[in-house]
Design a protein around this ligand. Structure first.
Ligand SMILES: Nc1ncnc2c1ncn2[C@@H]1O[C@H](COP(=O)(O)OP(=O)(O)OP(=O)(O)O)[C@@H](O)[C@H]1O
Ligand SMILES: N[C@@H](CCO)C(=O)O
Length: 323
């Protein structure tokens, strides 16, 4: 369960007093996620709906970036994307503080977070990602990628001496891949604001229809094709990364391309971008594996699930799947 910060019922009720959301009738910590503390909040008698997500920002979210995320969500909602907006209190303030953490009350969206998507659902995710890229064409905000190539060496160095507690071959794999990616990373691909974390658990679905995209807290300005590569790495394997599923891969890529064509340089770059995506999540998971506080209510995610994807993508024979 991702709850790093404890919130009492009294604190929650006082917090909600400043909104037109009615009276608090229940709240509970949400089991999924590793980055932030999330609570499902229910109210009655208010004007603004009755079910909300309360997020307390932890760990990797810089509070200075919250206005960018909130402006992006407002823009996407205005362009017809199904994303949750932050609710403003009676003073018009979206970003507040609770229990010493930056906090936002967010629209609750219906839908199921998938654990085993089908090709039809992967295709719908590809379409939703392309629609997101199209919808930000006139969004003026920018944010550097705090988890991009420039951050990877530092993350790896912060795991130094501790790789063995995860896996005996991991240090070598990370070191070889990191050097190669630093030397060959493509620098001139079409960019936009990207989601940068579109895992199945961040796509809410009703049947084969996407009912919501959530968790924009890594969104940033970077190559659009890198966003597709991240999504590919997250959607097209068994959870443990041991089995690649060609039908999910074909469906995801075809769904994306049905809305937004990739140019030749983007298509050619997908294999290396996918290696980068797999390395990024191997590193963040490895760092968390080593550093998650013992008292946090959180289920750590397995770095090896992405190290296996990294090994898969780094096999030149697998580059053809992106052709
Ligand atoms: N707006 C929303 N509407 C409905 N459910 C939501 C919403 N936001 C979050 N959730 C639920 O809370 C869970 C955790 O949220 P989220 O993915 O934002 O957390 P996180 O800690 O940032 O996760 P991650 O590890 O994916 O980065 C989601 O999987 C989903 O079940
Ligand atoms: N979606 C990521 C968490 C955000 O870094 C993971 O599953 O590792």
């Amino acid at each position: 369960m991702a709850v790093y910060t404890h919130v009492s019922a009294e604190m929650m009720a006082r917090f909600l007093d400043d909104y037109d959301t009615g009276e608090l009738i229940s709240f509970k910590g949400i089991a999924e996620g590793v980055e932030n503390s999330n609570f499902l909040v229910e109210t009655r008698g208010g004007q603004d709906g009755h079910r909300f997500i309360l997020t307390l920002y932890e760990k990797r979210v810089d509070p200075g970036d919250l206005p960018f995320f909130m402006a992006l969500l407002d823009h996407l909602a205005m362009r017809g994307c199904r994303v949750p907006r932050a609710i403003a209190d009676r003073q018009g303030v979206q970003i507040r503080e609770l229990a010493g953490r930056p906090a936002c009350l967010i629209d609750f969206l219906e839908g199921i977070s998938l654990s085993a998507p089908t090709p039809a659902q992967a295709s719908a995710a590809g379409i939703a990602l392309a629609d997101l890229h199209l919808a930000v064409a006139d969004f003026s905000g920018t944010r550097p990628n705090s988890m991009g190539l420039a951050a990877w060496r530092d993350l790896a160095e912060r795991c130094a001496g501790q790789w063995q507690q995860i896996d005996s071959g991991l240090e070598q794999l990370v070191s070889t891949e990191l050097s190669d990616l630093e030397a060959h990373w493509p620098g001139d691909l079409p960019q936009s604001v990207i989601h940068a974390d579109l895992f199945p658990d961040n796509v809410l679905m009703l049947g084969d229809r996407v009912s919501g995209l959530i968790d924009f807290y890594f969104s940033c300005t970077d190559a659009r094709a890198y966003d597709l590569a991240i999504t590919h790495s997250a959607w097209c394997f068994s959870n443990d990364g041991r089995n690649f599923d060609t039908s999910l891969s074909d469906a995801l890529l075809q769904g994306y391309r049905s809305r937004l064509a990739l140019d030749d340089a983007e298509t050619a770059a997908l294999p290396i971008l996918a290696r980068g995506a797999a390395l990024r999540f191997t590193l963040s998971r490895a760092y968390d594996w080593i550093n998650t506080p013992a008292d946090a209510l959180v289920t750590r995610k397995d770095p090896m699930a992405f190290a296996r994807r990294l090994a898969f993508y780094s096999d030149p024979a697998n580059a053809r799947l992106f052709a």
